[in-house]
Design a protein around this ligand. Structure first.
Ligand code: HEC
Ligand code: HEC
Ligand code: HEC
Ligand code: HEC
Ligand code: HEC
Length: 224
């Protein structure tokens, strides 16, 4: 009887600890490493490393709950990672083949948006040279070539979905030295891209306050 009670207590403690751990992770407490840290310790850090601290919901934020992934439509939450038409791996391309982000997302330092690469970019390597090793890979590359031959774009599913009223500009951030991983996490470690930060208003504002960038409402909410 006593053993059983002891076991029950031990069980309760373990689940409490697990909950705390999950909570801490969701709240971003565990992810406030700086960009410099992650650059030097890469690649052992995990996909959430280097992300700008999400735990500090600024007082400005109307929805503190936004910072946790449990509420709201899935495409607007942390952890969102939709299936893609091709199992495209950033691990293979960036980590193993040492490709630069901007080789594919060429517009990040030139425009507001970050281009998803056109099929031509992929075909440079997959047209005649690289045909894939795994079964899935061969199928995906065949699909890529078929779509290219038919002159149809690959229907990639957007991972970072923001409200229409928002004005976001990649160029400004990239030029100011904000790194990709502060907002997107360790993409080179992602077999499948995942949204690792809330990207809610409190998250934008707390970094802007810390770095002395504008927190004028119209800067983010003005007309495009
Ligand atoms: C070989 C080309 C290629 C390279 C190199 C590459 N990417 Fe990508 N990236 C893609 C493709 C294709 C997609 C769309 C499919 C997907 O989401 O997995 C994508 C998707 C993304 C997304 C999600 C976009 C969305 O839908 O919101 C982010 C963020 C991203 N890449 C960041 C990076 C970063 C950071 C690097 C460098 C560390 C990088 N990429 C290097 C091809 C590339
Ligand atoms: C600079 C050359 C290069 C470019 C550009 C490139 N890839 Fe790759 N890709 C590779 C290499 C190298 C491999 C790994 C070798 C292999 O699998 O045969 C690979 C692997 C793959 C695989 C997995 C194959 C497998 O066996 O699992 C897919 C799918 C793929 N690439 C799709 C794409 C798509 C989509 C694009 C464009 C957004 C792209 N690649 C752009 C070089 C490239
Ligand atoms: C300050 C935060 C921040 C930084 C830094 C940042 N991104 Fe983004 N990224 C975002 C946001 C927010 C979106 C969603 C934009 C939208 O939907 O309007 C996004 C979307 C994307 C997309 C999807 C296409 C698009 O424009 O919507 C890609 C690809 C991407 N980012 C790649 C990158 C790469 C590569 C870098 C580094 C060179 C980078 N990002 C740096 C915040 C950031
Ligand atoms: C990790 C830090 C960081 C995060 C997170 C961040 N920003 Fe920024 N942002 C900056 C910095 C630094 C600048 C100043 C760039 C400059 O001086 O040109 C800036 C500038 C801007 C500007 C241009 C301001 C102007 O004066 O014209 C806009 C718009 C903007 N950010 C929107 C956003 C939005 C929307 C988000 C959230 C989705 C966001 N930012 C998240 C660091 C950040
Ligand atoms: C640095 C960029 C930035 C600035 C500055 C900013 N906002 Fe926002 N705001 C956002 C983002 C990002 C969202 C979208 C949050 C989401 O995805 O739900 C947002 C959403 C909102 C919403 C909708 C809230 C909700 O929960 O649906 C309101 C209202 C709002 N902002 C008002 C303001 C006011 C008022 C100011 C000036 C005091 C301001 N914002 C300044 C980035 C900003």
């Amino acid at each position: 009887m006593i053993t059983r009670i002891r076991l029950a207590i031990a069980g309760a403690c373990v689940s409490a600890l697990a909950l705390v751990a999950v909570f801490a992770q969701q709240g971003g407490v565990a992810t406030n490493a700086t960009a410099q840290d992650s650059a030097s310790q890469y690649p052992e850090l995990g996909v959430r490393a280097g992300v700008y601290n999400d735990g500090q919901a600024a007082l400005w934020d109307f929805n503190i709950t936004d910072h946790f992934r449990y509420f709201g439509p899935p495409p607007r939450l942390r952890g969102y990672s939709p299936e893609q038409p091709i199992k495209f791996s950033h691990v293979i391309h960036v980590q193993q083949n040492k490709m630069e982000c901007q080789y594919c997302h060429w517009s990040v330092s030139k425009a507001a948006y970050a281009a998803i690469p056109e099929e031509e970019t992929c075909m440079g390597c997959h047209g005649a040279l690289v045909q894939g090793k795994s079964e899935q890979g061969k199928k995906d590359i065949q699909y890529l070539k078929d779509m290219y031959a038919k002159n149809q774009p690959i229907p990639w599913v957007k991972v970072h979905v923001m409200p229409d009223y928002l004005k976001f500009n990649h160029k400004r951030h990239v030029k100011a030295g904000v790194t990709c991983q502060e907002c997107h996490g360790q993409i080179p470690e992602m077999e499948k891209v995942e949204r690792v930060s809330s990207m809610k208003m409190g998250w934008c504002i707390s970094c802007h306050r810390e770095r002395g960038a504008s927190i004028d409402c119209l800067v983010c909410h003005g007309h495009r």
